[in-house]
Design a protein around this ligand. Structure first.
Ligand SMILES: C[S@@+](CC[C@H](N)C(=O)[O-])C[C@H]1O[C@@H](n2cnc3c(N)ncnc32)[C@H](O)[C@@H]1O
Length: 330
């Protein structure tokens, strides 16, 4: 059993009192200083004040990160370069990845290019020793080849996830709710089951919800009491899959013409790529039928690769590597 807890507090104040080396992973989505209405705070301060805020929370957060821990930080274009500088030069962290979260819808701009991405910086505390579970975050190959690793490819650093629209069931009354699929990828890549995750600006509770379903402990810090209540309600909801998915996770590889291999692959695809996205399985199966004609989609769960399709699964670590750490509740 893991625990997800949300505390109503000013995160800077709380972090100052927190012991060093507490968290394996930090996922931070601070206000970008772009004038959003978070009810209890002003997301529009002058540049000097905002840079002080960035310096303060990052230095405290990094202190609470374990020696082999990882931090992901969201940021808009206005302050991303300052944030990079702070994490590398003031906090002494090691750069790993600059991720662009690409979305298809957003505000339009009449003089200039309409923004269609946010940035996410990934830094580690140690240059070489850090968790990165590549096999848990791969995306399906475009084409079947016996030499391809059909367990999937590295997702790269441009991630497409739609915003959660107002008509979607999981949409919370929060102005900057992030897609669960996006946070799922960070949590799966950079932590193991039972690890301790911190979200210092937890908002509607997206990171906590994802950690709940992926068996990680998670602490969320949030200033606004309404958002804390929202998070508690969200955590009590039944789970029917994460509210968003990278569109590549549903893609059906071409050249899967051999029926036996295709059936084996289709069953594995669902387990590898759609595990926490049950609602997308039907869509995937329809796409398989559309491409390959009326095929029988096997629903059985495959326990092991068979001898005949050894080449298809040759390079896999199987079964999945799972962390055996003893659970330490927060
Ligand atoms: C960008 S939103 C986070 C959204 C969240 N990732 C989600 O998916 O719902 C930033 C949040 O930080 C909160 N916040 C701002 N300053 C804070 C502070 N000093 N301490 C705690 N929470 C703060 C705001 O109320 C807001 O909900």
């Amino acid at each position: 059993m893991t625990e997800q807890k949300t505390i109503q507090t000013n995160s800077i104040k709380w972090l100052k009192e927190c012991s060093s080396n507490t968290f394996d992973l930090i996922i931070a989505d601070p206000p970008y200083n772009v004038g959003k209405d978070y009810e209890t705070m002003v997301d529009s301060i002058n540049k000097k004040e905002y840079l002080e805020f960035l310096n303060e929370w990052t230095s405290e957060a990094v202190r609470t990160l374990k020696p082999f821990g990882t931090i992901y930080t969201f940021m808009g274009f206005r302050f991303i370069s300052y944030l990079y500088d702070i994490l590398e030069n003031r906090c002494g962290l090691y750069f790993n990845s600059w991720i662009s979260w690409y979305y298809t819808q957003g505000q339009g701009k009449r003089r200039g290019f309409s923004p269609r991405h946010d940035d996410i910086l990934m830094f580690t505390k140690h240059p070489k020793k850090y968790t990165f579970n590549l096999d848990n975050i791969r995306v399906p190959q475009k084409t079947y080849r016996s030499i391809n690793n059909m367990r999937g490819a590295n997702p790269g650093d441009v991630w497409e996830f739609s915003h959660i629209h107002y008509c979607q069931g999981n949409r919370q009354d929060h102005p900057t709710q992030k897609p669960e699929g996006l946070i799922e990828r960070m949590v799966l890549a950079s932590s193991c089951e039972g690890d301790d995750v911190l979200d210092p600006f937890s908002g509607s509770g997206t990171t906590l919800r994802v950690c709940q379903q992926l068996n990680r402990n998670c602490l969320g810090l949030e200033m606004n009491p309404n958002y804390v209540d929202m998070t508690k309600k969200r955590l009590a909801q039944p789970f029917h899959g994460f509210d968003s998915i990278d569109p590549r996770m549903k893609r059906v590889p071409l050249d899967l013409s051999d029926e036996a291999i295709r059936n084996e692959y289709v069953a594995n695809h669902k387990r590898w790529f759609l595990k926490n996205h049950e609602s997308k399985i039907e869509e995937f199966e329809k796409e398989v039928s559309r491409i390959y004609g009326k095929i029988k989609v096997e629903r059985r769960k495959l326990s092991r690769p068979t001898r005949q399709n050894k080449d298809l699964f040759a390079s896999l670590d199987y079964p999945f590597q799972q962390n055996d750490k003893v659970h330490t509740p927060l």
